[in-house]
Design a protein around this ligand. Structure first.
Ligand code: S3P
Length: 445
């Protein structure tokens, strides 16, 4: 039932040391690209997406929408035209929809498909088939959906033909994916959904719904949405992905003696917790916002980020920053291993249910490279400042783990080999070339 997942033999070999510098641009934002496709698909009229991330994850969303009867053209690699079919226009898929490695795609599609007239089944690769889906299925059932998981995990089976009703719901976990799935389902529901988050999470869905003409009220940690609103096709400019820029922000902190500039990066404040953490460690990071990009709550703010090598000190990470840096912990742990003294992260249990168990897999990799650390139930303690030895790291097929250990090589004493790296293409096609351009001695074996 799961999408084919072949044992992967591709690996990186990264030479120790070196310096980082110059100017670069990373690919488009993954979260925003998924959402632009989905909202474009259910809008009235045409949507043009520029700066689209043509990665495996987003292509899974694109193909699933095509299987649901949405016409999508890609005249250029990063330009996509979606011919929206409106709220009533999706068609029954002929086969299970394969989300590949993409948790965001699966969870958001659960919200989008639960209110449809037809049945659907969602599957994914070996990593996605292990990830928890009840966090979305539960609230959707409260709305009236008929939805089944296999012991809490995919495959997800959705029976169509149900009329959904809005809910008043307190999210038990700080998860933008859960919030977004419920908001999407509400578009077809009777009444007004009110969600309360335990802590702020990325708000790309809310911003983009507004850009498609939907009214939505935000009051602190609460968001309210009236069902039955029509979306109007629009133009979406996708900024470069902060989570991809993060690898080079940290690389710059470690080894950009003359500075490194990363262009056109999305700096939505619900995504940039890493900047606060690194600055607290003593990093020299300057953010140059683009004029006009932060005007209006439906626009995604954009900036050039300039970073220079500096001495980092260990910190205690405030738990409130965890959801705002949720995808950046693998690379943050590399920064912590290079910082003088101790760094402590707690309240990060969610890291255990990402593409891999990111606490355990990072602890294993840091151990291999001789970094003193302690794995905690909900976090990690690291004593940094002694650099890395060389060795072989198993990324466990997790794209962000693979890229993080590539950056670690800047402070290593011997080459680092990183196994199972094909999934880097799920979020950052072209990573190898960009990393080389920046100054990393990396090759694909
Ligand atoms: C995402 C939300 C986050 C993040 C994921 C993308 C999104 O997951 O880790 O990579 O696009 O909504 P959670 O909301 O489950 O924490």
């Amino acid at each position: 039932m799961s999408g084919a997942s072949q044992p992967d033999v591709r690996r990186y070999l990264v030479q120790p040391g070196g310096s980082i510098g110059g100017e670069l641009r990373v690919p488009g934002d993954k979260s925003i690209s998924h959402r632009a496709l989905m909202l474009g698909g259910i809008a009235e009229g045409r949507t043009e997406i520029r700066g689209f991330l043509a990665s495996e994850d987003c292509l899974a969303t694109l193909r699933a929408l095509q299987a649901l009867g949405v016409r999508i053209d890609r005249p250029e690699e990063h330009r996509v035209i979606v011919e929206g079919v409106g709220l009533d226009g999706l068609q029954a898929p002929a086969a299970p929809l394969d989300m590949g490695n993409a948790g965001t795609a699966m969870r958001l599609f659960m919200g989008l498909l639960a209110p449809q007239r037809f049945d659907s089944i969602l599957v994914g690769d070996a990593s996605l088939m292990r990830r928890p889906m009840e966090r979305v299925a539960g609230p959707l059932r409260m709305m009236g959906a008929d939805i089944e998981t296999h012991e809490g995990r995919p495959p997800v089976r959705i029976r169509g033909g149900r009329t959904l009703r809005a809910i008043d719901f307190q999210l038990p976990v700080a998860s933008a994916q859960v919030k977004s799935a419920i908001l999407l389902a509400t578009l077809w529901a009777d009444g007004r959904t009110k969600l309360t988050e335990p802590a702020p999470t990325r708000d790309h869905t809310e911003r983009m719904l507004r850009a498609f003409g939907v009214e939505l009220l935000r009051d602190g940690l609460q968001v309210a949405l009236q069902g039955g609103q029509t979306l109007r096709g629009t133009e979406v400019d996708v900024p470069a992905d902060f989570s991809s820029a993060a690898f080079f922000i940290v690389a710059g902190c470690l080894a950009a003696e003359r500075g490194l500039v990363i262009r056109d990066v999305g700096i939505n404040p619900t995504r940039t917790g890493l900047l606060d953490m690194l600055r607290e460690m003593g990093a020299d990071i300057r953010v140059h916002p683009h004029a006009g990009s932060s005007a209006g709550a439906d626009l995604e703010p954009v900036a050039d980020i300039e970073v220079r090598a500096s001495r980092l000190r260990g910190i205690q990470v405030p738990e409130s920053l965890v959801p705002l840096a949720i995808d950046e912990f693998p690379i943050f742990f590399i920064a912590a291993a290079c910082a003088e003294g101790e760094t402590l992260v707690r309240g990060a249990l969610e890291l255990r249910v990402k593409e891999s168990d990111r606490l355990a897999v990072m602890a294993e990799g840091l151990g291999r490279l001789g970094v003193k650390h302690q794995l905690l139930e909900d976090g990690l303690w690291i004593r940094g400042g002694e650099g890395f030895g060389g060795g072989t790291i198993d990324s466990h097929g997790d794209h962000r783990i693979a890229m993080s250990f590539a950056v670690a090589s800047l402070r290593a004493r011997a080459p680092i080999e990183i196994l199972d790296v094909a999934n880097v293409a799920t979020s950052f096609p072209g990573f190898l070339e960009t990393a080389r351009q920046a100054g990393l001695g990396i090759e694909l074996l």
